[in-house]
Design a protein around this ligand. Structure first.
Ligand code: CR6
Length: 794
């Protein structure tokens, strides 16, 4: 039989996979490895994306739609194969194909490396947004960096976090298309000169930014956008004369230097570190993206004043905030607009999302460094600062202050809209970091509460629950999550309650089996209580572990008591230089060691901390969770997005009034949420009370006893830092919130003892959380910030 050539993909998916295996990879089915099958499947599915992708591009050109550009240092996309298969409705065919060959489709899918081009919530949000923009038909590009090494791999050695480089590109990457022809020269340093009344920047060095495109297909395959990632390359591959002279290292020097820019993701999502190279990365991808945006604009229009009407550029945090000065530089220095016009047009295009109020995370660059790396941009920032001062003579805020350029205020002044990521966070922005700028520019700050994509976080992560929902209300909810409301009456339906509980139980059994393989034997009937996120003092994993210790002590006092058997699950990485967070990790692991082997209590309490928490692990843990720990110090978590994923998968939240918890509680109902702790206002007042930590400890013998056990070495040594902190300065108010946290936790236990009532609450959480779809968030950005319209392929 004559096989079809590979460039004509077969209509039939099975044939297409076999063709890709043979002609795309040069492999014989009889000898194919799991990776070969995974690549063949990925390529076959990728082929299905190309036509809708081209059609989307053609439609955007034809309709002259406004384009959205989402600039982000991070895209935590995780695995792409399942997303694409699910959105194209191909999962059943995929499963059948592998079943026929005696292979496990799940294992083939899980063979894909988890692309970890991000640290945490901010990067994952960008990935959910990309998917939603495609699902809604919003013409958009994501722009970022193609890091060779994403977030480090975490393992534990005697409880300590050990970091190893991540290597996702060591295997062929099936999803991207290299665009050798799309390359821009990005300069650094050098000098600025005045020539015939024009200012010119002459960079002292340059690298090339090369584009790599990944298509992002939306729900039902109707629309596809592009994630364009930049990779750095040297202008000259190597120095042949040095090479010929035998200086091999010297010859490769240029190349190594250039490639460093896109080599690693900075493993830190809340503090500003790694100065020079980080700023180079930021400018590198921002400048390449702006060149690309303008090239596309120029191909369609010849009037620069149309830019704000045709182009929306969203800055995901301040990392791409140099976009303001760069766009102004291009429009003024290179395109000849007046400075004021350039500022006006740039502002019309740009909008900025703030993701944190933590002062140490607000980016600042020293004037010296900025002037050295980007001399022309430094001048532009100075001029903008002066213009702003002129327009607002009574202002105190400066873009340049104490020798630093402040990227938050810079982003604010160069953007027409600034948004926070939850209602509380946006209000706090107006009252704190941006109080004065908000007074000077009323109405510029808007809120867009975060959301998550239901395709990834329900449909593919939780097939059992999804099937149950679809059976009950049809499948419209996947593209319109508010339809989950139709589940509400079913919370009173005995059959549905039972089926819901059964699905959760099956998910727990799957997770128990997985954790068993990872080394922690667990009882699938225990209450699964989960805290997964980056390890940070403000997120207070140490509050959770302190309570776990206190609970263990009480159980030991009374092992015959009426306890709810509980499995405490932790997951998360600490920034490599964040030593306090690393101590918390070690403490959790050491508590796990002691508690898990205690014969008196091991049937009542276990602690599991699977290493290397990432998107794929989250997809396993969330569907099996019953309790969602969202316990940050109020006022510190900008939004959270894990909290939404848990509620949508039927876990009940125990949490503070922080970030989007506030909105979750409002929607799911106070009676279906376990609230504790001080409010953001009370937190501020409490810090003024002298000796607040000691007062709290003296008033709560449980807390005192738990701290005493740590101090006495029950869990090994080296935890003095944690004990001293929570009994001394305790900035994050672990001690002051402990007693109320204990109370809420026991209320939660009591609720768990009534399985029917618990499941009813869980169903109501699902039914009322549909608002947290990232489709809703993106619609909000489109309407309030971008003024962009959804398109569809005719
Ligand atoms: N660390 C916030 O802390 C928020 C995400 C996405 C964070 C978190 O509350 O949900 O952004 N902030 O908006 C930053 O990364 C600076 C985060 O992920």
């Amino acid at each position: 039989m004559q096989e079809a050539p590979v460039h004509l993909p077969s209509e039939n998916l099975s044939d297409a996979i076999l063709q890709q295996l043979k002609y795309g990879l040069g492999k014989d089915a009889a000898h194919a490895t799991r990776t070969d099958w995974r690549l063949a499947l990925s390529l076959a599915i990728r082929d299905r994306i190309v036509d809708p992708w081209f059609a989307s591009t053609r439609t955007t050109y034809a309709k002259q739609g406004k384009r959205v550009y989402y600039l982000s240092m991070e895209f935590l996309i995780g695995r792409l194969l399942e997303d694409a298969a699910v959105n194209l409705g191909l999962m059943d065919e995929v499963t059948a194909f592998f079943d026929e060959r005696g292979l496990d489709a799940k294992a083939v899918i899980a063979d894909e490396p988890d692309a970890a081009l991000g640290n945490g919530g901010l990067g994952r949000l960008a990935a959910c947004f990309l998917e939603s923009m495609s699902s809604l038909g919003c013409p958009a590009h994501g722009y970022g960096i193609r890091y060779e090494h994403g977030l480090f791999r975490q393992s534990f050695d005697d409880g300590r976090q050990v970091e190893a480089p991540e290597d996702w590109l060591s295997e062929p990457h099936a999803w991207e298309f290299e665009r050798a022809e799309v390359e821009y020269r990005i300069g650094f340093g050098g000098h600025v000169a005045e020539e015939n009344g024009q200012t010119r920047w002459y960079p002292g060095e340059a690298v090339l930014a090369r584009a790599y495109d990944t298509p992002v297909i939306g729900w039902k395959g109707a629309w596809a956008n592009t994630l364009r990632l930049w990779s750095a390359r040297p202008e000259q591959i190597f120095d042949l004369s040095r090479f010929n002279a035998g200086d091999y290292y010297g010859a490769a020097h240029q190349e190594a230097l250039a490639r460093t820019i896109s080599r690693v993701l900075y493993p830190d999502d809340t503090t500003d570190e790694g100065k020079r190279l980080r700023l180079k990365q930021e400018y590198f991808f921002t400048a390449a993206s702006l060149h690309d945006i303008l090239r596309r604009f120029d191909s369609e229009y010849d009037d620069l004043s149309l830019l704000p009407e045709k182009v929306a550029i969203q800055l995901n945090d301040t990392h791409p905030a140099i976009a303001g000065p760069e766009l102004i530089r291009i429009l003024h220095d290179e395109r000849g607009l007046s400075f004021e016009q350039a500022v006006e047009i740039a502002r019309g295009c740009l909008a900025y999302t703030n993701h944190t109020l933590l002062p140490e995370a607000l980016e600042r660059w020293s004037v010296g460094l900025m002037a050295h790396l980007l001399p022309r941009h430094m001048q532009i920032i100075e001029r903008m600062d002066a213009l702003h001062a002129e327009a607002h003579p009574d202002r105190h805020v400066r873009l340049i202050d104490h020798g630093d350029v402040h990227m938050g205020p810079l982003a604010f002044t160069t953007a027409h809209r600034v948004n926070g990521v939850s209602a509380l966070h946006s209000e706090l922005m107006k009252d704190t970091v941006f109080a004065e700028l908000n007074r000077l520019h009323p109405g510029r700050i808007v809120n867009q509460t975060n959301g998550v994509t239901p395709r990834r976080w329900m449909l593919s992560a939780n097939p059992r629950l999804s099937a149950l929902i679809t059976e009950a209300i049809g499948d419209g909810w996947v593209g319109d999550l508010e339809q989950l409301q139709q589940l509400e009456p079913l919370a009173e339906d005995a059959g549905f309650v039972e089926a819901f509980a059964k699905a959760k139980r099956a998910n727990k059994a799957d997770l128990a089996a997985y954790l068993g393989k990872e080394g922690t034997g667990v009882d699938p009937d225990a209450m699964f209580d989960v805290q997964i996120k980056r390890i940070h003092e403000y997120k207070r994993q140490h509050l959770n572990i302190l309570q776990t210790i206190a609970l263990w002590q009480e159980m030991k006092d009374d092992p015959k008591g009426d306890w709810v058997p509980t499995l405490k699950i932790f997951g998360g990485k600490a920034a490599p230089g964040y030593f306090f967070a690393k101590d918390i990790i070690r403490l959790i692991n050491k508590v796990a060691e002691v508690v898990n082997r205690d014969p008196d209590t091991r049937h009542l309490l276990r602690v599991a901390y699977p290493a290397n928490y990432n998107v794929s692990l989250a997809e396993r843990l969330i569907p099996a969770a019953e309790v969602s720990q969202q316990i940050s110090t109020a006022g510190k978590e900008a939004s959270g997005t894990g909290n939404m994923k848990f509620a949508l998968n039927g876990a009940l939240t125990i949490g503070t009034l922080d970030g989007a918890n506030v909105e979750i509680r409002e929607l799911v109902g106070a009676e279906n949420f376990f609230l504790f702790g001080m409010t953001a206002e009370e937190v501020v007042a409490r810090r003024q009370v002298e000796g607040h930590a000691w007062q709290a400890i003296s008033a709560d013998p449980r807390l005192a006893r738990a701290l005493e056990a740590i101090r006495h070495g029950t869990f090994g040594h080296g935890f003095g830092g944690i004990v001293d902190n929570v009994s001394g300065p305790d900035y994050f108010l672990v001690s002051s919130d402990f007693t109320d946290y204990w109370r809420a936790s026991r209320e939660l236990d009591a609720a768990y003892r009534d399985p029917k009532a618990w499941t009813r609450k869980a169903i109501l959480n699902v039914a009322r959380s549909g608002w947290f779809s990232s489709d809703r968030t993106i619609r909000g950005y489109m309407a309030d910030i971008w003024d962009a319209k959804a398109l569809s392929v005719d």
